[in-house]
Design a protein around this ligand. Structure first.
Ligand code: ZN
Ligand code: ZN
Length: 288
């Protein structure tokens, strides 16, 4: 059994209920972060502090380099000083950009006092920046499947231990194949049926809630999490999006921060800490 924690369910801009993109997958060996938006600040929550105490190693997987997916990187030294840390992002062959070079641009003087590329001095237990290639990657003992995706700048989707994380891309048949048989699919749900009817320009780079549900159904996953939610949409509209998705794939939920999802896998051992609590388990105030 692994466990997935929603730490940042919004795209672009945080809202009171949701910070920006970050999800944490707890396994017996590691904590794997899918993206590092400001949602990573949720690691300060007491529940997440206990999780950090249980794992010696953290792997940060970056789907692409838009700010709402990397702007929490500078917080990592605060939370992970006692961990072995690996940051892995798509490389030249996937995006046209070298991962370490992009991170050096984002996190060096005068923007950060200690450049990200020099964080080996910060994380004494070990630090590395790894470039992801399409297909199977082996990183710090974990197998990471990577698929290239269309977006305004190319992004990648991840499959790790029965979790498929697919954000900042359109609804497409390839995702159903990629997520086939996974336990949990997290999918971009930036838009809704009204946007689709109006031919919204973002349909060329983002998904819809009902489209994500169709992918979940096709892939045969157990559970769908609608992620990269749109900060321009109020809660009633997001609830309508959830209903539209549930009409297609009933076991769907919105990526509300602090939601905990059990990831059912035939070859995983049970995690320490007992069964995860149902639903949101921390306060829903937050933002930043
Ligand atoms: Zn985004
Ligand atoms: Zn993006």
């Amino acid at each position: 059994m692994a466990r997935l924690y929603v730490l940042g369910g919004n795209g672009w801009v945080p809202s009171p209920k949701r910070s920006t993109n970050c999800y944490a997958l707890e396994t017996r060996r590691s904590l794997i972060l899918f993206d590092c938006g400001v949602g990573v600040s949720r690691l300060s929550d007491p529940m997440m502090r206990l999780v950090l105490e249980r794992v010696p190693r953290v792997i940060v997987l970056l789907s692409h380099y838009h700010h709402d997916h990397i702007e929490g990187l500078h917080m990592l030294p605060h939370f992970l000083r006692d961990h072995e840390v690996t940051i892995a992002g798509p490389g030249v062959l996937v995006t046209g950009f070298d991962c370490a070079a992009v991170l050096a641009r984002f996190g060096s003087s005068p923007l950060l006092p200690q450049p990200i590329t020099a964080w080996g001095e910060t994380f004494r237990k070990g630090f590395s920046i790894v470039e992801l290639r399409e297909g199977r990657n082996k990183i710090a003992g974990e197998t990471i499947e990577v698929v290239r995706q269309p977006h305004s700048d190319p992004s990648v989707g991840f499959r790790v231990r029965d979790v498929a994380y697919v954000t900042d891309t359109v609804v497409r048949a390839e995702t159903a194949a990629f997520a086939k048989g996974a336990s949990v699919l997290v999918h971009d749900a930036w838009l809704d049926a009204d946007d689709e009817a109006l031919g919204h320009a973002d349909l060329r780079r983002h998904g819809t809630a009902h489209g994500a549900a169709a992918i979940a159904k096709e892939a045969g996953v157990s559970e769908l999490v609608l992620g990269h939610l749109n900060p321009s949409y109020d809660e009633p509209r997001l609830e309508r999006m959830l209903i539209s998705a549930c009409d297609v794939f009933p076991n769907t939920r919105l990526a509300n921060d602090f939601t905990v999802v059990e990831v059912r896998s035939k070859d995983d051992e049970d995690l320490p800490g007992g069964a995860a609590p149902e639903g949101p388990i921390a306060t829903e105030t937050g933002g930043l």
